[in-house]
Write a protein that binds this ligand. Structure first.
Ligand code: 13P
Length: 334
C-alpha cells in the first residue's frame, strides 16, 4: 500500500467546492427511479441516462470530484464507443465503484440486514483498479426500530465494512466507508444521534483493529436527522449542530473528509444542511456531499427519457452540483 497516494486521492475526493456523485444505483434501484419518470429500465436507457450526466461538462469539471458507478455502468461504453469511465476521467473527475453486493437477512436478527460481497473482493478490486477505479464504496445499512439496531447487527456490519476497507487499501483503492442509519420511520433526531454515534464508534474501532489507515479513506455517514415521519422535525440549524457534535465525538481528525449521503432528504434540504455545517467552521475534516437522489431527482425529472430533454437535464444536474459545491464551502444562499 502506498498511503501517500491513497491520501492524495482521498483529498481530491473532498476538495473544497467539489463532491461525489453517487450514480451507483443497482439495476433494481434505478428501475424504481425510472418508473417514477415513466422510462423503461433497459441497458441502453440506463447507459443513455448515465452518459448524459457524465457529459455535463460544467458540473463534472467544476463540482464533481468523483463518481460512484455500478458494475454494469463501469464496463459500459457511450454511444460513440468511448468507455463511460473515460468520459469521467476526461472531465477531470475520478471513477469509483460500488463493490458491495447488496444485503441479505442477518440470521438471528429479525428485520436486520447484513451487507455481502467480501468473497473474491480482492480479485474484483484488482480488475477495477486496472480499469481506472481509484476509490470504492460499501454500504452497511441500519434501520431504527423497536429494539433495533441490535448489537449483533452493528458488530457484524462494521466488521464487514472494515474488512472491505482493508482489502481496498491493499489494492491501492480508497474506501468510502458508509454506515447508513436510515431516516425512515418516526424517530426523533436525538434517537438518530444516539444510534449513529454508537455505530460510528464501532466502525472506527473495527477500522483500527483491521489496520485501516484513516488518512486513506473517506467516511460517508448519514446526518443526525429526524425520521421522515417524525411529528416534529428538527430545523436545519439543529441538524447541522448535532451532526457536527456527533462527528467530533466519533471521527478522528486523521480522516481527510466526510462525504454525506442524502438518504431521502429533498435536494434543497440536503444542500441547506451541508451548507449550515460548513458555516460552523473550524472542523478537522472537509465536509462535502456524496449524494444520489439529491443530485439526480431534478435531472431525472427533466430528462424523462427524451433525447430533446438532454440539455435541460444537464442544466438541472449542473444547478444542483453548483449549489452543493457552494454548500461544501459554506457559501450557499437559499
Ligand atoms: P442517496 O444520496 O440517494 O442516499 O444515495 C447515496 C448513496 O450512495 C447511498 O448508498
Amino acid at each position: 500500500m502506498n498511503l501517500a497516494d491513497l491520501n492524495k486521492v482521498a483529498n481530491a475526493m473532498v476538495a473544497p467546492g467539489r463532491g461525489i456523485l453517487a450514480a451507483d444505483e443497482s439495476s433494481g434501484t434505478i428501475k424504481k427511479r425510472f418508473d417514477v419518470i415513466g422510462v423503461e429500465s433497459t441497458e441502453d436507457n440506463r447507459r443513455d441516462y448515465r452518459e448524459l450526466l457524465f457529459r455535463s461538462k460544467e458540473a463534472m469539471s467544476n463540482h464533481i470530484s468523483g463518481v460512484i458507478l455500478y458494475d454494469e455502468t463501469f464496463w459500459q461504453k457511450a454511444k460513440d464507443g468511448t468507455p463511460l469511465v473515460k468520459l469521467i476521467e476526461q472531465a477531470g473527475s475520478i471513477p469509483g465503484i460500488k463493490v458491495d453486493e447488496g444485503t441479505q437477512p442477518l440470521p438471528g436478527c429479525p428485520g436486520e440486514l447484513i451487507t455481502v460481497g467480501l468473497d473474491k473482493l480482492a480479485e474484483r478490486l484488482k480488475k477495477y483498479y486496472e480499469n481506472g477505479a481509484r476509490f470504492a464504496k460499501w454500504r452497511g445499512v441500519f434501520d431504527i426500530g423497536n429494539g433495533i439496531p441490535s448489537y449483533a447487527a452493528i458488530r457484524t456490519n462494521t466488521h464487514a465494512l472494515a474488512r472491505y476497507a482493508a482489502l481496498c487499501q491493499a489494492a491501492q483503492i480508497v474506501p468510502i466507508v458508509e454506515p447508513e442509519v436510515l431516516m425512515d420511520g418516526d424517530h426523533s433526531i436525538d434517537r438518530c444521534y444516539e444510534v449513529t454515534e454508537f455505530i460510528l464508534k464501532e466502525t472506527f474501532q473495527e477500522l483500527y483493529y483491521q489496520r485501516v489507515a484513516l488518512e486513506g479513506m473517506v467516511l460517508k455517514p448519514n446526518m443526525a436527522i429526524s425520521g421522515k415521519k417524525a411529528a416534529k422535525r428538527a430545523s436545519v440549524q439543529e441538524v447541522a449542530e448535532k451532526t457536527i457534535r456527533m462527528l467530533k465525538n466519533t471521527t478522528p481528525s486523521a480522516v481527510p473528509g466526510i462525504a454525506f449521503l442524502s438518504g431521502g432528504q429533498s435536494d434543497e434540504e440536503a444542500t441547506a444542511h451541508l451548507d449550515a455545517m460548513n458555516r460552523i467552521g473550524g472542523l478537522p475534516w472537509k465536509l462535502t456531499f456524496s449524494y444520489g437522489r439529491a443530485l439526480q431527482a431534478a435531472p431525472q425529472k427533466a430528462w424523462s427519457g427524451k433525447t430533446e430533454n438532454v440539455a435541460a437535464a444537464q442544466a438541472a444536474f449542473g444547478h444542483r452540483a453548483r449549489m452543493n459545491g457552494l454548500a461544501s464551502k459554506g457559501e450557499w444562499n437559499a
